[in-house]
Design a protein around this ligand. Sequence first.
Ligand code: NDP
Length: 292
Amino acid sequence: MPASIIDGTELARQIRADVAREVSERLQAGKPQPGLATVLVGDDPASHDYVRSKHKACNEVGIRSFGNELPANASQKEVEDLVRKLNDDPEVNGILVQLPLPKGLDEERILSLIDLSKDVDGFHPINVGRLAQKGREPLFVPCTPAGCMVMLEKYCDRIEGKNAVVLGRSNIVGMPVALLLVRANATVTICHSRSADLPGIIRQADILVTAVGRPEMVRGDWIKPGAVVIDVGINHVDDATKKRGYRLVGDVKFDEAVEVAGAITPVPGGVGPMTIAMLLKSTLYASKLAHG
Ligand code: NDP
């Protein structure tokens, strides 16, 4: 039987509707409107697209958004001064520094300057450190990994005790997903470019999360029958039949995997929409931290 399709667009729509309702209730109760500030350095077109989508999504749920753009040659001090200014701005509850930053900027230092209570992307080293430590609670967790967990909680009968394999170990996706799965009591294996026998390891996975950025690398016969597969990858492949000249595919060969898995996310329409929904949720939470 083909896998259930995990509909990220619909799940994200529900989360956004919940956020919109709660924002409206808080406004009626006299609370200030939540606000998200974005920091965009340079002119990477994909980053501009992502930030634009984030502002649009904020607008739709009643969250104010403040765009801050700096040129690609902005100095470390200029970026740091901007983050400090946003930390001090009471109208800003969440600060999102769009990654990757242009080469030459010290990303870790910039992220570590964000006020912990405004770190809606969850990349402040203290929030990351708490995520990695037993018995410690981060104030925020990174949005894409958080979205993966929402999907798993809904589509796995149980996460605890399951074998989970995470393909990819980036700071943004792979590593925080793995840490969240450990916190949910899964037994976690992290694979990367130096791992030996990926198919053999992945065949043990009851839960598979892929975040490698390699189009359709994971084949159907690598997947354990009944596994829940969360495909974070967003890859452009040439396609002359499309108006844009390309189509989007994940890290998993969907047509093959859908015949074997128990549930699987499509690309597009899987993890992608969840990332922004989780950002909105985190911004609302940041506003609650600030205003009760
Ligand atoms: P990175 O390039 O930062 O990390 C990729 C990871 O995959 C690395 O750990 C790398 O290993 C590993 N890897 C690369 N090639 C192989 C290989 N052949 N075999 C095994 N492991 C390999 O990517 P990101 O984590 O930032 O993103 C991953 C994908 O997720 C991309 O397609 C990106 O577009 C997408 N993405 C989607 C989001 C969403 O909202 N849906 C949000 C963020 C990302 P090593 O560490 O050894 O180099």
